[in-house]
Design a protein around this ligand. Structure first.
Ligand SMILES: [Zn+2]
Ligand SMILES: [Zn+2]
Length: 124
């Protein structure tokens, strides 16, 4: 079975230029294509797309989950003022060595750095 109309609209919304959208933002975008789509349908399709590995869910401390069209391993800078989420790559470097020295094996990492972004700083 291919993509249902709803699932395609949800996927298209995640792929839209809105970077790391929340479920509410995805709902608003999907509604343009399917005006009668329900929020429950959007959530259900987001969960399916995540478990199929097509998109990635980013859990935000103290905020709604975001969804990422880029499923390759990468880290995020999160602006505490405007909520902007920016991709970047943390070099695990000696952090990995320090963890493995203690007898652990690093499988993956997912770093979130909370910051105030350049745009918000410029406003102050
Ligand atoms: Zn900001
Ligand atoms: Zn990302």
């Amino acid at each position: 079975m291919g993509l249902t109309k709803q699932k395609k609209a949800v996927l298209d919304a995640v792929m839209s230029p809105a970077d790391h959208p929340t479920a509410d933002e995805i709902y608003a975008i999907a509604k343009v294509t399917i005006p009668n789509i329900g929020l429950g349908t959007v959530y259900r399709n987001l969960n399916t797309l995540c478990s199929e590995g097509i998109i990635r869910k980013i859990e935000m401390p103290g905020g709604p989950d975001r969804f990422d069209k880029d499923i390759s391993p990468h880290d995020h800078m999160v602006c505490s003022e405007c909520g902007r989420v920016i991709d970047f790559q943390v070099d695990m470097g000696d952090l990995k060595d320090r963890i493995e020295e203690r007898g652990f094996k690093v499988l993956s990492h997912n770093v979130q750095v909370v910051c105030i972004c350049d745009r918000c700083l410029a406003k102050e």
